[in-house]
Design a protein around this ligand. Structure first.
Ligand code: ATP
Ligand code: MG
Length: 666
C-alpha cells in the first residue's frame, strides 16, 4: 500500500513529541540543521531520537528522498523507517536508508561513471574477493610459495580492506597489524594493485569499493558534478557513529558539506569494532572537524532497571579512556543481576535452558524476549546442544551455527571419513585441505576410498597418490599417511584425542595460513575437542552432531508460535538491540576477556566496552554465568576464576544477587 499525505504536512496526528520524548531528546529532534553529535549512554533513546528526527524533518516538508540515514545493519534501517512511516503516514521507500554500503551502492548505480565505475557493475562478496585474490596468487605463482611466511588470500583481503576503511596506506596496515608479513610488503602492495586492476577489468566492485567510490564521488569529481549529487540531499543522519571507520566518517562529512545538516548519534563506551577498523577517535574529534557544530547528550535510560544500570555504570567506570556519562534511570526497581558460579559449561547450559523454560512456561515470557549472549561463537556450543536436547527452539544470530562453520566441518570431516569410509563427501572435503591436492585429485581419490566394492586401506591409497603426484602433493600425502597411522593407533583413546591429533599435525597450520582470525578458530577447535571428550567413540560424537543438525527448530509445546525462538548471539551482533531477559555466558577469566586482550590496556578497555554492551542489552533481568571447572580435554581439570569484569565491580558486594544451584541427584 502506498501512503499519500493529503493534509498539510505539519498536521501529523501521530507525531506527539511531548508525549513520546523527553526534553533532551526533543532538543535533538528539533535542533536546526547543523552538525550535531549526540553522545549518550546505552538505552537513552539515541536510535529512537534519530528516528523521530527523521520523522520531524519529513513532517516539516522534506521529501523522504532527500534524506540519508546510515545505520549499522539494513535490518535496523528497515525498523527505523517502518517506525517513521507509521509516525508520518508517508511512503518512506525513497529515503536512502541502510548501511553505508547499501546507500553507496544506490548512488554508484546512478553516478558511478563519474568515478570510472560502469552503472551495471557486479558486487563481489568477501568470499568472491578471496577467490579473486586466490587466482591472482596462482597466476603469479605465489600460491606455490605458500609457506608460513606468505599470507593466504583471505588474510590479504583483510589487509586491503583495513587499508581502505582506515584510509591508510597498505604498507602501514601491514606494519601495524600484520607485522609477521612485513618482509613481503612490496609483493603484497603489487598484488593489491593487480587486484584493483582486475576488478576494474571485470567491472566488479567489492564492499569497500562501494564506500571508496562514494567518497570519491563527493570529494574528487569536478565541482559542478559533485554538487549535482550533493544537491539531491538535505539531511544526513548516522546511528552507531562510534563504530564507523574513517572512510565512513569522511563520507558523512562530505555529504553534509553544503547543507551542514549532519546528525550523528553514538556512545563511545560501546565502540567494539576496532579490529575491523572502526575509529572512535573521529567521534571525539567531531568538534574539531565541525567547529560550528553542537554536541548534545541524553542522560535518561529507558531500557534497564536501576539494578542493571548500576552494574553497567560501575563496570565502565574502570575504563580510563571514557567520557563519564551520568545515566539516570526511568524504570522502577527490579531484581539485582544474578551471578551464577556453575560447576562447568554443561551445568551452565543446563541452567540457561532450565531458566528459559521456567520463564516461558511459568511467567509467560516469549522465547524471543530472551537472549543468550557470549564473547565468541564457540561459547554457545554446549548451549546449542542442550537446547536441542530439550526441544527448545532457538535462532543463532551470530552467524552460522557452531557446527556449520568451515573449520569445524573440516576437522569433523576427518572423523567422518575414519568412522564411515563410504562417506565420499567427507573424504573429498578432508583431502582438499592439503597443499597440492586439487579438487580433481581429491574427487578421484575420495571415490576410490569410498568404493565399497573394492575396499582399499586408506594409507595404501595415500601412499600410491604420493608416488604419482607432484612434489607438493607427495609431501602432503606422506604427512596425511603419518597422521592416519597416528589416528588408527589412537582409536581407543576417544574422539577428543583424534581431534587433538588432527589439529596438531595439520589443521593448526592450515588455519594459520587460511584464516585471518586463525587464533579464534583454533580456540573454537579446542572447544570442539573439549566437547568431544564427553563421547567414548567417534560414532557416538558424530551421531550427536547429526541429530543436532536434524532437530533444529522443534517446538516447546503444542500450539507454540513457530517464530518464537530463543535468541543466541555474540555480543558484537547484539549491538543496538534489547531483550527483557538476558543471559551472558562464559564470564570466566581467560574466556571473557580473552587472554590476548589482557596484554594491553587498550584491548582490555575494548573488551570491557563489550561487557558493557552485553549488560546494557538487558531490560528486566540479567544473568551472569561462569563455569568454575574447565575440563580441558588434554590436561588436568582447571579451576577457573570469575572474569575480572565481575570481580572488579564486586565491592561493595551489592551489585549481584548470588544464586546457588541445588544439585538434584539424577
Ligand atoms: P543503544 O545504545 O543500545 O543503541 P539507544 O540509546 O539507541 O540504545 P533506544 O534503543 O533508542 O536507545 O531506546 C532504548 C529503549 O528505550 C527503547 O525500548 C525505546 O523505545 C525506549 N525509549 C527511549 N526513549 C523513550 C521515551 N522518551 N519514552 C519511552 N520510551 C523510550
Ligand atoms: Mg541504538
Amino acid at each position: 500500500m502506498k501512503y499519500v499525505l493529503k493534509s498539510s504536512p505539519r498536521r501529523t496526528p501521530r507525531l506527539d513529541f511531548a508525549a513520546d520524548l523527553n526534553a533532551e531528546q526533543r532538543a535533538v529532534v528539533e535542533a536546526d540543521p547543523q552538525p550535531l553529535l549526540v553522545v549518550a549512554g546505552a538505552g537513552t533513546g539515541k536510535t529512537r531520537t534519530l528516528t523521530y528526527r527523521v520523522a520531524r524533518l519529513i513532517a516539516s516538508g522534506c521529501p523522504p528522498s532527500r534524506i540519508v540515514l546510515a545505520t549499522f545493519t539494513n535490518r535496523a534501517a528497515r525498523e527505523m523507517i517502518a517506525r517513521v512511516q507509521k509516525l508520518v503516514a508517508m511512503d518512506m521507500r525513497p529515503c536512502a536508508a541502510g548501511t553505508f554500503h547499501h546507500v553507496g551502492n544506490r548512488l554508484l548505480r546512478q553516478y558511478g561513471e563519474l568515478v570510472g565505475i560502469a552503472p551495471n557493475f557486479g558486487i563481489l562478496d568477501p568470499e568472491d574477493c578471496r577467490d579473486l585474490l586466490g587466482s591472482l596468487l596462482a597466476e603469479l605463482g605465489l600460491d606455490k610459495l605458500r609457506s608460513r611466511r606468505f599470507p593466504a588470500a583471505k588474510v590479504i583481503f583483510s589487509m586491503v580492506s583495513l587499508a581502505t576503511g582506515t584510509k591508510r596506506p597498505l604498507e602501514d596496515v601491514i606494519r601495524q597489524r600484520f607485522d609477521k608479513f612485513v618482509d613481503q610488503t612490496p609483493t603484497l602492495v603489487d598484488l593489491a594493485r593487480r587486484y584493483e586492476a582486475r576488478k576494474r577489468k571485470l567491472n566488479v566492485v567489492d564492499f569497500d569499493d562501494l564506500l571508496r567510490g562514494w567518497h570519491q564521488l563527493v570529494t574528487e569529481t569536478p565541482v559542478h558534478r559533485r554538487e549535482e549529487v550533493l544537491g539531491r540531499f538535505d539531511h544526513v543522519l548516522v546511528d552507531e557513529y562510534q563504530d564507523t571507520n574513517r572512510l565512513q566518517g569522511a563520507i558523512a562529512d562530505a555529504m553534509a558539506e553544503t547543507h551542514r545538516s549532519l546528525t550523528c548519534v553514538g556512545d563511545d563506551a560501546q565502540s567494539i569494532y576496532d579490529f575491523r577498523g572502526a575509529d572512535v577517535s573521529q567521534m571525539l574529534a567531531f568538534r574539531e572537524r565541525h567547529p560550528d557544530g553542537q554536541v548534545l547528550s541524553l542522560t535518561q535510560n529507558y531500557r534497564s532497571t536501576p539494578e542493571i544500570l548500576a552494574l553497567a555504570n560501575r563496570s565502565i567506570a574502570h575504563n580510563q579512556e571514557q567520557h563519564p556519562k551520568a545515566l539516570r534511570t526511568t524504570r522502577r526497581a527490579g531484581p539485582r543481576p544474578a551471578l551464577l558460579a556453575l560447576r562447568d559449561v554443561y551445568q551452565q547450559a543446563e541452567f540457561v535452558a532450565q531458566r528459559v523454560l521456567e520463564l516461558h512456561h511459568e511467567h509467560g515470557t516469549a522465547l524471543r524476549e530472551m537472549v543468550a549472549l557470549y564473547r565468541s561463537h564457540a561459547h554457545s556450543l554446549e548451549l546449542q546442544v542442550e537446547l536441542t536436547r530439550r526441544n527448545i527452539p532457538f535462532v543463532v544470530r551470530s552467524g552460522t551455527r557452531f557446527f556449520e562453520q568451515a573449520h569445524i566441518k573440516d576437522v569433523i570431516a576427518f572423523l567422518r571419513a575414519r568412522n564411515n569410509p563410504r562417506d565420499e563427501l567427507a573424504w573429498s572435503r578432508m583431502l582438499q585441505l592439503w597443499p597440492g591436492v586439487g579438487t580433481q585429485t581429491a574427487a578421484r581419490l575420495a571415490q576410490r576410498l569410498s568404493d565399497d566394492a573394492h575396499p582399499v586401506p586408506a594409507r595404501n591409497a595415500f601412499a600410491e597418490t604420493a608416488r604419482s603426484g607432484q612434489p607438493r602433493a607427495r609431501e602432503s600425502m606422506q604427512r596425511l599417511s603419518t597422521l592416519w597411522a597416528a589416528l588408527e593407533a589412537a582409536a581407543g583413546a576417544g574422539p577428543a584425542e583424534e581431534i587433538r591429533l588432527i589439529i596438531e599435525t595439520h589443521y593448526a597450520e592450515y588455519a594459520d595460513r587460511n584464516f585471518p582470525n586463525a587464533p579464534a578458530r583454533r580456540e573454537d577447535l579446542d572447544n570442539l575437542a573439549r566437547f568431544a571428550a564427553r563421547y567414548e567413540s567417534g560414532t557416538a560424537l558424530l551421531s550427536e552432531l547429526a541429530l543436532l543438525e536434524g532437530m533444529v527448530g522443534q517446538t516447546v509445546g503444542p500450539g507454540a508460535d513457530p517464530d518464537d525462538k530463543l535468541v543466541l548471539s555474540t555480543i558484537h551482533q547484539a549491538k543496538g538491540l534489547e531483550w527483557p531477559q538476558c543471559f551472558v555466558l562464559w564470564l570466566a577469566n581467560g574466556k571473557f576477556p580473552t587472554p590476548r586482550s589482557q596484554r594491553t590496556t587498550k584491548d582490555m578497555e575494548e573488551e570491557r566496552r563489550l561487557f558493557y554492551v552485553a549488560a546494557t542489552r538487558a531490560a528486566d533481568e540479567l544473568y551472569l554465568c561462569y563455569p568454575t571447572l574447565d575440563d580441558a580435554h588434554d590436561g588436568p581439570v582447571r579451576l577457573m576464576r570469575p572474569s575480572p569484569f565481575l570481580a572488579e565491580i564486586d565491592h561493595p558486594p551489592d551489585v549481584f544477587e548470588r544464586w546457588e544451584i541445588e544439585e538434584t541427584p539424577p
